[in-house]
Write a protein that binds this ligand. Structure first.
Ligand SMILES: Nc1nc2c(ncn2[C@@H]2O[C@H](COP(=O)(O)OP(=O)(O)OP(=O)(O)O)[C@@H](O)[C@H]2O)c(=O)[nH]1
Ligand SMILES: [Mg+2]
Length: 207
């Protein structure tokens, strides 16, 4: 698999204001500053497609990106990636904080074409209450979750496997270990995304 190009499509503060879904969509969710936007940039191999910042709250709305992929021998596929605003950041004005719940919840429940949500957790912090609530919410509405443990580079090498195993025990799903700094996990995550989007078939899942 190769990303041929990637581009910004649209941004909005509510699902209904985005262009209608055109291709299989994968959304990226997680606490503020966990590294959602950096992860999307890393996936598509573009350093600055999506705005990132060391200050929490860089992503304020829903942002839709489109990637053109080469899969297999000369086959091309388009996939849409949606960057969601982070949750759980306390230092927000009250009205903005309140708008996050409905913005994310509205998108997740109303967006036709949403195939899966990549739920991103900081491997050093582990799951927090709002992460667990999001996973429960996704299970409840029947949207598959792809679990990612990011910032793997910030853990010493000998702690990585044990922390990933712990996350698997805690959440009942094997996380993809990821680092936007080193590129660890890019291929494994793409595989899960392409499978969720039905771009790769069941027979290619473990290939
Ligand atoms: N070392 C390291 N730093 C990372 C990694 N991923 C993200 N960061 C850093 O973490 C900070 C936040 O990254 P963003 O990608 O903006 O995080 P976000 O989740 O999109 O944040 P919001 O949009 O504010 O919710 C930036 O300073 C990134 O450089 C990673 O894998 N390793
Ligand atoms: Mg962001």
């Amino acid at each position: 698999m190769e990303v041929l190009d990637a581009s910004f499509v649209a941004a909005a503060t509510r699902q209904a204001a985005l262009p209608p879904p055109a291709f299989a969509e994968i959304a990226f969710a997680g606490r503020s500053n966990v590294g959602k936007s950096s992860l999307i940039n890393k996936l598509v191999g573009r350093r600055k497609l999506v705005r990132t910042s060391s200050t929490p709250g860089a992503t304020r709305g829903l942002a839709l990106f489109r990637a053109r992929l080469r899969v297999g021998e000369g086959d091309e596929a388009l996939i849409d990636l949606v960057d969601l605003p982070g949750y759980g950041y306390a230092k927000r004005s009250k009205s903005e904080r309140r708008s996050w719940g409905p913005m994310i919840e509205g998108f997740l429940t109303e967006r036709v074409g949403l195939r899966a949500v990549v739920v991103i957790i900081d491997v050093r912090r582990g799951p927090e209450d709002d992460d667990v609530q999001l996973l429960e919410f996704l299970a409840h509405i029947g949207v598959p979750a792809i679990l990612v443990a990011t910032k793997l580079d910030k853990l010493p090498a000998n702690k990585r496997k044990p922390e990933l195993a712990k996350l698997k025990r805690q959440l009942g799903q094997k996380p993809v270990g990821f680092s936007s700094a080193s590129g660890d996990g890019v291929d494994a995550l793409w595989k899960r995304i392409l499978y969720a989007a039905s771009i790769l078939g069941e027979d290619q899942r473990e290939a």
